[in-house]
Design a protein around this ligand. Structure first.
Ligand SMILES: *Cc1c(COP(=O)(O)O)cnc(C)c1O
Length: 340
C-alpha cells in the first residue's frame, strides 16, 4: 500500500513553518501549568482509560448533555482510525470528497477496504452523489472546513446529507474553531452524525497529541471497545482537560489568526493569486502563471515552508498556513519577489 505522507517536520528554528497548519502561538498558559503538575504526579500508574476528567470538561465547554457523549483519542487521527476500524471491513467502502484529507484513503487501505472519491464542484460545493448510499458504503467522511480549500459545507446541507445516507457521516472538524458555524448540534438529532475535533490546530497543541469524538452515548460506548485500553496518557489528559477551560483564550486566538488570514488573502489576491475564501487557519491559492512548485522551492530556499499540493486530474496549488503577522509578511514578501 501507499504510505500517508505528512508535511515536512524539519528541526525547530530553521524555517518559518507554514506547511502543516499548526498554531504559530504557544498553547494557553494553564495548559503548560497542568503539564508541569502532571509531571509531578503518579506517572508510575497507568492513566484513566476513559480520560474521565477530560470528558467532563469537554461536555461542559461544548454544552453537551454529559461526558458519555465524548470519546478521547491520541490525536483526532486516532479517532479516525477507530472509526474506520469500527465501521469499514474488508471489501467494504468509505467515501470522501476530493480534494480533501488523503489520510482517509490510507485508513481504508489498512482495512483492505475501498474508497470512493466524490469531486467537489467548481466552487467547492458537494454534488448530490455525496449523499447517495448503498449496502457496501459503510462510512462517509467530510472534513469541514475542508483541507486544502478552507471552505465549509453549511450545517443544513450536512444534515441533509446525513439524512440521505444509510451509514454514519463523520464530520471532521479539525478546523471548526476558526469557522463561523459548526455541526456539533446535529449530533443531538441524528445518531449517524459523528463529529471529530482536535487540540492540534486551534489550541496550539499539535506536539501533545489529543483529539476527541462527539457522538451519541450508545455509539461512544461501542467505539470505546475498539480503542487501545490506555490510548491517552496522563500528561495529555491533564493538558487537554485544562485546555477545555480556556475558552476566552480560544476566542482571542481565533480573532487574531482570522485577522491575519484575511489580510494574507487580500495581499495574495493583490499579487495575482486566486484565493479560495477560507474559514480555517490556512489559505489555498493558485496563480495564473502556474509555477506553484517553483514558488514552493523558492520559498523553501529562503527558509519558508509552505505546502505544495498536487491532486491528480484536478490541479495543483499552495496551501499556506496562517502564521504570526511577521511570518505572513515574510512569506508575502518572498512571493512578491518571486513574481517580480
Ligand atoms: C490536522 C488534521 C487532523 C489531525 O489532527 P490530529 O489531532 O493532530 O491527529 C484531522 N483531520 C484534518 C482534516 C486535519 O487537517
Amino acid at each position: 500500500m501507499l504510505a500517508y505522507a505528512p508535511g515536512e517536520q524539519p528541526p525547530p528554528g530553521k524555517f518559518i513553518k507554514l506547511n502543516t497548519n499548526e498554531n504559530p502561538y504557544p498553547p494557553p498558559p494553564p495548559v503548560v501549568e497542568a503539564i508541569r503538575a502532571a509531571a509531578d504526579g503518579p506517572l508510575n500508574r497507568y492513566p484513566d482509560p476513559m480520560a474521565t476528567a477530560f470528558r467532563r470538561a469537554a461536555a461542559e465547554a461544548l454544552e453537551l448533555p454529559g461526558p458519555e457523549w465524548v470519546l478521547a483519542g491520541n490525536g483526532s487521527d486516532e479517532i479516525l482510525t477507530i472509526l474506520v476500524r469500527a465501521f469499514v471491513g474488508e471489501g467494504q467502502r468509505l467515501r470522501l470528497p476530493y480534494p480533501s484529507y488523503i489520510l482517509y484513503r490510507t485508513l481504508a487501505d489498512i482495512q483492505g477496504a475501498e474508497w470512493e472519491q466524490v469531486p467537489f464542484d467548481d466552487d467547492w460545493k458537494l454534488p448530490p452523489a455525496f449523499g447517495h448510499s448503498d449496502d457496501s458504503m459503510r462510512l462517509v467522511l467530510l472534513p469541514n472546513p475542508n483541507s486544502p480549500s478552507g471552505t465549509v459545507v453549511l450545517p443544513d446541507q450536512v444534515a441533509a446529507i446525513a439524512h440521505s445516507l444509510d451509514c454514519p457521516l463523520v464530520v471532521d472538524e479539525a478546523y471548526a474553531d476558526f469557522a463561523e458555524q459548526n455541526c456539533l448540534d446535529l449530533v443531538h438529532s441524528n445518531h449517524r452524525v459523528l463529529v471529530t475535533r482536535t487540540l492540534s490546530k486551534s489550541y496550539g497543541l499539535a506536539g501533545l497529541r489529543f483529539g476527541f469524538l462527539v457522538a451519541q452515548p450508545h455509539i461512544v460506548a461501542e467505539l470505546a471497545k475498539i480503542k487501545d485500553s490506555y490510548n491517552c496518557d496522563t500528561i495529555a489528559i491533564a493538558a487537554a482537560t485544562a485546555a477545555m477551560g480556556c475558552r476566552d483564550w480560544l476566542v482571542d486566538i481565533r480573532t487574531k489568526m482570522n485577522a491575519t488570514r484575511d489580510r494574507m488573502s487580500t495581499r495574495l489576491s493583490e499579487l495575482g493569486f486566486a484565493v479560495t475564501p477560507s474559514q480555517a487557519n490556512f489559505v489555498w491559492c493558485t496563480h495564473t502563471d502556474g509555477k506553484h512548485q517553483a514558488m514552493y522551492e523558492f520559498l523553501k530556499s529562503n527558509q519558508i515552508l509552505v505546502r505544495y499540493m498536487q491532486f491528480p486530474e484536478w490541479g495543483d496549488g499552495l496551501r499556506i498556513s496562517v502564521g504570526t503577522d511577521e511570518q505572513a509578511d515574510a512569506c508575502l514578501l518572498m512571493l512578491q519577489r518571486f513574481l517580480a
